[in-house]
Ligand binder design. Structure first.
Ligand code: AMP
Length: 582
C-alpha cells in the first residue's frame, strides 16, 4: 500500500479541513516560496514575499489569455523558470469542447501528485461506503493523441499525461481500480477499436470487475449505447476466441490474443443475459454481477445523461467523482452515497490556494454590455476560502503548484455548506455566456434546465433526448435560438410542438424574456436531427485530436464552427417554431 491506508487518508483529510484558514495561508506560502525565482512572480515585484497581503497587492487576477504567452514560451523550449521553479516537461491540452478552442496548460510533477492524492481521498471515502474486494475496473478510458511541441515537450490531454505515468498505475493498484484492458487498448490510435476492446476485456473479466467507470459520464453512455449495437459480435469473438476483423491495429490484436481464448460457456451466458433484458435495463449489474457501483463525473454538463445511466446501472448506485480540471484540482466528493444531482465537492485546502469572486446577477442593467461574453454580474473583490457564505455563488480563482497564479477558472459554484471548516461546493456552470442575441445572456445551465423541462413532455412517449446542442441563427430577422435534439425514437408533431414552446418558455434570463416579448429575438426553433448525428460530432472532434476521455458535447455551436454546424444542418429531419410568445 506504499504507506497509505484508506483510514490514514481520511484522517489526514479530516485534520487538513479542520484548520482550513491556516492551511490555506501555509499552502500559499509554500507555492510562493517554491516559485519565488520565477519570471512571472519576479516581474510582478513580489520579491520573495509570501504573505497574503503582498500576494494580493502584486499579483493580478488573470485568465488563460494572460498566461498564454508564458505557456507558449515554455512549449517552445524555454527552460528558464518562467512559471515554475522546475522546468515544465509536459503540456496538457484541455478538451476545448467546453471552452471553444484547445488550450495548453502546464503538466508537472506537482499536478500528478495532487491528482493521485485526490484519487486516494475519493477512494477512501467511497470505499468506506461501498467496500470493494481486490479485483478489476471496467474503465472506459482513452489516451489521446500525443505530440511534441516546438520545444520538444510532450503534449497530450491531462488524462493521457496521467495514464502514461508509473504513479498512476501504482495508485490504481492501491485503490483496486486496475483496468481490465491492456495499455494497447487504452492508447489505441482508434477510439472505436479501443471502445470495442474495453467492452471485450470487460466481458472476459466479468466476474472480477468491481467498478464500472469513466472520467466523465458521457463515455459510459457512449460505451453502453455502442454495446447495444455490437453485443452479438462480442459474443462471437468470445465463443470462438477470435478477435473481430473490425480490430485492425496490430498492437491491439497482439495484446488481445493473449487474453482472448475460446469460451463458449461465457459467450452463451452473455447471450442469454442480454436476450433476457428489457430495453437494456440493468445491463451493467446483469453482466458484471460483482460490480459495486458505477463511477465517473456525473455533475454539471453530465447531468443530462443521468436518466440513461440509471437505466443501464439498474440497482447499482451511481457514484459521482471529484472536481478538477486540466488546470488543477479543487474538491473531492466525500459523500459518495448522494445521488449525483446533490453531490458537492469539499475543497482540499492544501492542494492550492483558492479565491472566490462573489457574483450576483445584475438584472436591472441589461442594456449594458450587449455583446459581452461574460455574464452581466455585479463583481466584488475575491474572498478567501473560509470567507465564503452558504447559498452564495462564486467564480473560482486558482493558485497552485503547477504555475498558475490567481487564475480565473471560469467555473461558477455555489456554496452549500462546510465540512469541518472547508466549504462544500455545488458545480453550477461555466461562467461564459452560451447564447446571446440582444440583451439576453443564456448560460449552459439555463439551456440544461430548459431542455430538462421540455424532456419531461417526452416521458409518456418513452423517448429520450440522446444529446443536444444549440446555436444562434442570424439569417433570420430578428435572429433566434435554435436547439438541436437527437431523439431515441419517433415523436408526434403535436408533442414536438409542445416541446418547442416549452423550451422557449423555460429560458429564465430576463433579457431573453423581454426580447422575445418585444420581438427583439425571433421564435425559438427546435430542429430534430437524425440518429447518429452526435456520434458524427464526436468523431469530428476526435479527428481534430480531442481526448475521448474528457469529451463534453459542446452545448453551443458558434457561427465560426462551420464544420460542426454543417454536420448538424445536414442531418436535420424536422423543425418546429415556438408559438409561446405569439
Ligand atoms: P478539462 O480540463 O477538459 O478536463 O475540463 C475541466 C472542466 O470540466 C472544469 O473546468 C469544469 O467546467 C468541468 N468539470 C470538471 N469536473 C467536474 C465536476 N465534477 N462536475 C462538473 N463539472 C466538472
Amino acid at each position: 500500500m506504499n504507506g497509505f491506508t484508506h483510514q490514514s487518508v481520511i484522517d489526514e483529510f479530516e485534520a487538513t479541513t479542520k484548520d482550513t484558514g491556516k492551511v490555506q495561508i501555509e499552502t500559499l506560502r509554500k507555492i510562493l516560496e517554491k516559485n519565488s525565482e520565477t519570471e512571472y512572480l519576479q516581474k510582478l515585484g513580489l520579491n520573495g514575499r509570501t504573505d497574503l497581503e503582498s500576494f494580493k497587492a502584486c499579483v493580478p487576477l488573470a485568465t488563460h489569455k494572460d498566461f498564454d504567452p508564458y505557456i507558449q514560451r515554455i512549449a517552445d523550449g524555454d527552460l528558464s523558470p518562467v512559471l515554475t521553479e522546475k522546468p515544465i516537461k509536459s503540456m496538457s491540452i484541455s478538451s476545448g469542447t467546453s471552452q471553444g478552442k484547445p488550450k495548453f496548460l502546464p503538466f508537472n510533477e506537482e499536478y500528478l501528485i495532487s491528482t493521485m492524492r485526490m484519487f486516494r481521498i475519493s477512494f477512501a471515502f467511497r470505499n468506506r461506503e461501498f467496500p470493494i474486494r481486490v479485483g478489476k475496473a471496467l474503465q472506459f478510458i482513452y489516451g489521446s493523441k500525443q505530440f511534441k511541441t516546438k520545444g520538444g515537450l510532450t503534449a497530450a490531454s491531462a488524462s493521457t499525461n496521467l495514464y502514461l505515468t508509473s504513479q498512476y498505475k501504482i495508485t490504481m493498484k492501491d485503490i483496486h481500480s486496475q483496468s481490465c484492458s491492456p495499455d494497447e487498448v487504452i492508447f489505441s490510435p482508434d477510439f472505436h477499436q479501443s471502445l470495442y476492446c474495453h467492452l471485450l476485456c470487460g466481458l472476459i473479466y466479468s466476474q472480477e470487475v468491481q467498478i464500472v467507470s469513466s472520467a466523465f459520464a458521457f463515455s459510459l453512455i457512449h460505451a453502453f449505447r455502442t454495446f447495444e449495437q455490437v453485443w452479438e459480435e462480442l459474443c462471437c469473438d468470445i465463443r470462438d476466441g477470435i478477435l473481430s476483423n473490425r480490430i485492425t491495429v496490430p498492437s491491439i490484436r497482439t495484446a488481445l490474443s493473449k487474453i482472448l481464448k475460446p469460451n463458449p460457456e461465457l459467450a452463451d451466458s452473455i447471450y442469454k443475459k442480454c436476450s433476457g433484458l428489457s430495453n437494456w435495463y440493468g445491463v451493467i449489474p446483469e453482466l458484471w454481477p460483482n460490480a459495486k457501483y458505477v463511477y465517473g463525473i456525473m455533475t454539471g454538463s453530465m447531468e443530462p445523461y443521468l436518466m440513461k445511466l440509471r437505466h443501464y446501472a439498474g440497482r447499482l448506485p451511481l457514484v459521482s467523482a471529484g472536481y478538477g480540471s486540466s488546470e488543477g484540482w479543487i474538491g473531492a466528493n466525500i459523500k459518495p452515497w448522494l445521488p449525483p444531482e446533490l453531490v458537492t465537492f469539499t475543497v482540499v485546502p492544501d492542494i492550492g490556494y483558492f479565491e472566490f469572486i462573489p457574483i450576483r446577477e445584475k438584472v436591472e442593467d441589461h442594456e449594458l454590455e450587449k455583446t459581452a461574453s461574460i455574464l452581466n454580474y455585479i463583481e466584488s473583490e475575491p474572498i478567501g476560502l473560509t470567507e465564503v457564505k452558504v447559498g452564495e455563488e462564486y467564480e473560482i480563482v486558482l493558485t497552485n503548484f503547477s504555475g498558475l497564479y490567481r487564475y480565473r477558472l471560469g467555473d461558477v459554484v455555489k456554496v452549500t455548506g462546510f465540512h469541518n471548516s472547508a466549504p462544500e461546493l455545488h458545480f453550477t456552470c461555466r461562467r461564459s455566456v452560451l447564447l446571446t442575441i440582444n440583451i439576453d445572456k443564456t448560460t449552459e445551465n439555463d439551456l440544461q434546465l430548459a431542455v430538462e423541462a421540455a424532456t419531461k413532455l417526452l416521458a409518456e412517449e418513452k423517448v429520450e433526448v440522446i444529446d443536444y446542442t444549440s446555436n444562434v441563427d442570424s439569417s433570420t430577422d430578428p435572429s433566434h435560438y435554435v436547439i438541436f435534439w437527437e431523439l431515441s425514437g419517433n415523436v408526434s408533431e403535436g408533442v414536438l410542438n409542445e416541446c418547442c414552446c416549452c423550451l422557449d418558455q423555460s429560458f429564465v434570463d430576463a433579457g431573453y424574456i423581454l426580447s422575445r416579448k418585444v420581438c427583439g429575438i425571433g421564435a425559438l426553433e427546435l430542429r430534430v436531427v437524425q440518429k447518429g448525428t452526435f456520434h458524427k460530432i464526436l468523431d469530428h472532434y476526435l479527428k481534430l485530436g480531442a481526448a475521448a476521455s474528457q469529451f463534453k458535447t459542446p452545448r453551443c455551436i458558434g457561427a465560426l464552427n462551420s464544420a460542426v454546424l454543417q454536420i448538424l444542418c445536414d442531418n436535420v429531419v424536422e423543425s418546429y417554431f415556438s408559438t409561446a410568445f405569439d
